[in-house]
Design a binder for this molecule. Sequence first.
Ligand code: TEU
Ligand code: CA
Length: 530
Amino acid sequence: MPDQTWWKRGIVYQIYPRSFQDTNEDGIGDLEGIRRRLDYLAWLGVEAIWISPFYPSPMADFGYDVCDYRGVDPMFGTMEDFERLVEDAHARDLKVILDFVPNHTSEEHPWFQRSRQSRDNDKRDWYIWRDAAPDGGPPNNWISNFGGSAWQWDEATGQYYYHAFLKEQPDLNWRNPEVREAMYDAMRFWLDRGVDGFRVDVIWHLIKDERFRDNPPNPSFQPGQAEINRFLQVYSADQPEVHEVIAEMRSVLQEYPERVLIGEIYLPLERLVAYYGADLKGAHLPFNFQLLQASWRAEEIARLIVEYEDKLPYGGWPNWVLGNHDQKRIATRVGLEQARLAGMLLLTLRGTPTMYYGEEIGLGNVQIPPEAVQDPWEKNEPGLGLGRDPARTPMQWEPTDNAGFTGGKPWLPLAMDHRECNVACLREDEHSILALYHQLIHFRQSHAALRVGSFELGGTEGNVLAYERRHGDERFRIALNFSQENRSSALPRGTKARIVLSTALDRTGEELDGSVALRPNEGILVTLGE
Ligand code: TEU
Ligand code: CA
């Protein structure tokens, strides 16, 4: 077995803690709930869990507005709950990755409370304060990601402060060395408690243009899009100095063995790969979100895989994502049949896969009635379909009321089909999507060619994506039928070929000769040679 560190070898599973498992009947998931589901996660075969924020927060953005970087919000439990969770996870060989939110705090963070009091207090420069433009308007044209100006007027001191997200989320000034040190200490606080790494929120936003120049208009902006798209984010994010900051963060992690730094970055590929850092001293895994936007066709997917492999810096480790708490769920984006194919793709590509809870049961977006909307983005820019609640609904565990998620009233509604689509029922069904995920994960974990082997593109003919993974004597061929037609995919001649898995889970062991027949939407994993 090649010697690979855990975050290269294994699968990361994202948990949105509000929605995973409630244990005190308040309708909101909690840390104890995650702990009680660790056996399930170990059964599934993932390597690590990444938990979205559970720090004390007024929850304006559901925890991405932190008011204490060293605590647990009572809604999610206590520090003892957290310690028990880490201990029990580690006992099952599961790593624990925290979501770290360094770009902004909550407006209720004591730092900001102090910062806004006067122009000359010791926390003033920890945030970004600017005078009004000559006409009294905001200092520049930057737009908040959630709509409206990114500048908020603050009466008390007669200046604007900058917020890339909600006005309740003022941006920290990462050019200030004191801010950096305070945040690195917060990271150490969790590393000292055994945390195995961080997923760093909006890492590409940390540094802004020193002169705060206006962003240029976006020529392809269309009405009906989120307001943030009005301008190109040339000056408000992705500044060259951000890489120094990330290298510093990385060196904090290097004080501890085998910790991982994952960066959340929404940028075009050329800019994204820079986040591995010079000499790979940046993020270990800058999230690769290409599959989230791709049009779901074999050629398109092949193109982006090849471009990604091509642009990866030497020694940089790839990674793949199908969904997260900000994005439409894969089962809704491509449909349930293709969601199986997507799972096979994710788990057979070269690089670390990150799964989003519920993908393994085929959970789709859930329609949220207007009166149940929670996401502030939907409230700020209603009617454009921007709200993220539909992809954040409770995990479905059992065929009971509220699917075993809560004994109370769930904070978001469950999917209509939760009596059939849940872990208990799908575990009984040997052909279910959950069975497919389980088998794929375990097969991947026991075969080095899939975990760490080479990748070679076969072709895309007839909307079938074919590729090979190899390591030593192991050789696998994957053929994914993106079309709704019967197709056939050629196999190397003169080589023994046998099906390991079909996405339909009904062809294992079938011997092949020269080609493989594919039903509509079917994906096949084939072993070649002996
Ligand atoms: O998301 C950052 C981010 O860029 C997204 O909000 C993105 O703009 C949107 O989903 C469209 O793809 C992170 C967190 O993941 C998100 O939940 C937070 O709301 C945001 O940062 C602020 O912390
Ligand atoms: Ca709870």
